[in-house]
Ligand binder design. Sequence first.
Ligand code: BTN
Length: 342
Amino acid sequence: MSDWEKDSGPIVTEQSWRRDFWGLLWESRSGFVPWEKILKLGRSTQEIVEEAFFLEKRGYTLELSPVLGIRLLAPLPDIFCSREWEYRLWISGVPWVTGVAYPVVGSTNEETHRWAEKGAGEGFFVLADAQRQGRGRWGRGWQSPLGLGLYGSILLRPGWEARQATRLAIVATLAAAEAVEETSGQRIDLGWPNDLFLEGRKVGGVLVETRTQGAALQEAVIGLGLNVRQTEEDWDEDLKPVATSLASYVSSPPRRMDLWIAFLHRLYRNYHMDFSLCRARWEARSPMLQRLVRIESPREMFVGMALGLSELGELNVQTVEGRVYSLGPAAVTRVRVTESGI
Ligand code: BTN
């Protein structure tokens, strides 16, 4: 049985010493881990040295001293390595430690659906350095240049009612905003249902794709796209006025691995939290509320006052005639604040 077929929870396999070795290096914060401590992992010196070489090949910088031991030097490379995520997620109490990272995929959402069909369990995730056909809501694309953004998707099997699916977009966008804030110090605003804004420009988005069986939510894939290192010239012309990246605001943007780990940590917590608490936190981050918004749907466009979120995560909007509607993402292509009422 391979790792992803097991129930979620820390992977305890014959390979777990590799995770623990990585943990020793990580916890010593650039200081040497003495041989005495390393050898307590119960592996031979040769196996340890081979593992150190493997990590070096992946891009980490290690120093081996016959006397002092081994140390991991900063800065850490901007790569996805299972040794790192297994240890860091496990130590922070997140049981979603199993995933796979590809250099390039069509779409991490699509790839995650594929793993789900093969029986992957709750919490299985897919990361990629680039996407050929990154997708956004309503058939829009998501520009995914190599190594410049975070592109990741996670499979959840919430066992909720299908009508509660919109809650996932709320839970996940909140987690993404909190993760960006924690790792970069930048304040992130939220737009319903899935937008992350940095000073009014789009810095990320979440795409939730679900499969239902009758009234039950059988499977949900949550995809997160974050613009990390893009600069002005990386955007297509039409995106230039509306898109931004973390690198446009901080001199040293976070590693994608740090962002993903922080995201899973927050997502795990928010997902298990009472939804009314998530809803309140989401609303506190949305400059859209109590303002006039322009709602676009495939059939019409209208203006109303955004009041807040329903208990299902829909957007409550009051029209000029005073009627209040709860709108789900399936009915709305785009929502934007409008000052003029058009
Ligand atoms: C949106 O703003 O419309 C949502 C964009 C979501 C993009 C991410 S990138 C990772 C995952 N894989 C995809 O194909 N899309 C999501």
